[in-house]
Write a protein that binds this ligand. Sequence first.
Ligand SMILES: [Cu+2]
Length: 505
Amino acid sequence: MIYLIALAIIVLLAIVLIQIGRISDLSDRIKGEEVAELDNNTTQGKAMVAFMVAFLVFCIWSAWHYKNVMFGFGPLTSASEHGFELDWIFLITLIFTGIVFVITHILLFWYSYRYRKVKGSTAKFFAHDTKLEMIWTAIPAVVMTILVANGLVAWNRIFKPIGPDQKVINIEATGYQFAWDIRYPGPDGKLGNKDYRNIIPGVNDLGLDWNDEAALDDIILAGSDKIVFAKDSTVHVRITAKDVLHNFYLPHFRLKMDAVPGIPTSFTFRPIKTTDEYKEELRKYPEFQTPSDPKDPTSPPRWEVFQYELACAELCGKGHYSMRRIVDVVPRSEYDTWIKGQKSFYFTNIRNTKYDPWKGKKLFASEIESRAVELKSDIDAFVNDNSGSVSRTILLKHIFYNTGSSSLNDNLSRYELDNLVKILNDKPNLRVELAGHTDSVGDAASNMTLSQERAQKAMDYLIAKGISSSRLVAKGYGQTEPIDTNDTEEGREKNRRTELRILSK
Ligand SMILES: [Cu+2]
């Protein structure tokens, strides 16, 4: 309906204009051609001046009305250290260009009135005026130099290199259609290497190099997770993309940088206001005290639901809007707690899978530490239990044998066995069985022998460490007690195991 009305108005306007044209044609014929033209010139000139006045009033009014948004005067002031400088540059640039804009428009429209064709006047012809040339070359040159120099100084200040002693939080943002992968370094503070040749969709989307130990503790935030920054801690963001151009845009931090496939860019900035502090700032402005949902007057006010955000500022495809992420700025202590609670991508998704180059080759300090706690608590749970509901069988996860033989991989197995020695020393009443199991590959009799020999090797280790042989039994079960299917490699791997069975406590 609205479109029909709009169309009708346009058609009517067109008819009116055509009719006015016809009337002026007729009056020209009556008055005589020349008089009519001069009259027309005067009318047009005056209309030009009137338009100029209305136009400039509107421009100045709108600049005044939007000054807070344009220059960051507030409510949405800069949340980063360098942002104030950028806002200032915008202001200076707009003042200069604004002055030029107003002057040129006044001259343009005024001249079209002042120098309209009047009876008897002729145009002055001159081919060249050195003085005029000098003036209109020199003034823009000086102004441009001031603006560019000012911008360069600011650029150099914002992009100054990071000193070797300067503490920064290095993060990496990888844009793709249509999300961001945000990578944080783990406790080592370093982002591990990556290489596009390592990319396995759904397994290793960023192509991290698991042979680089710095990559193993890296954290990758999933699509919907909040991005967290610490107040007053400098953040260095490495920005890259996997498919098309994206743009890493943090409007409240005055940060906007292209994410270019194949050519990483970067930006260093320092957030200076936590989300909560920023909300308190907004609270002072009446426009932020209105309900956040205009349809629901009981909804919380706008300042209260405010969130910093990351957006993609490149039109990268039809799902572009979904690249929005919420950014949380918190005090440093809260950030430290948060980052400690984040799980490393490698240890959550890759460790001990077929993609793990360290599988069966290396145990990491964190694993050794947590496994010691786990083994002790598993044994304690059985020892302290009176209900009979806790299993007496405990999987010895970190016992490894050399492939195809019964000999222990001492280098890796010693942690688990040494922990066991410690527990057996602490609990002198404990009697245990070491139970060896195999998968069903090969013949049953030789599997039985292999499992017996392997259990014996583990027992020998404990005896060598001073545990009395009277407290230990080694028993091989061969393939008779599978805990998983023998039809898949993963199942067979689970079936090949050494267990601890508590015989008496
Ligand atoms: Cu994008």
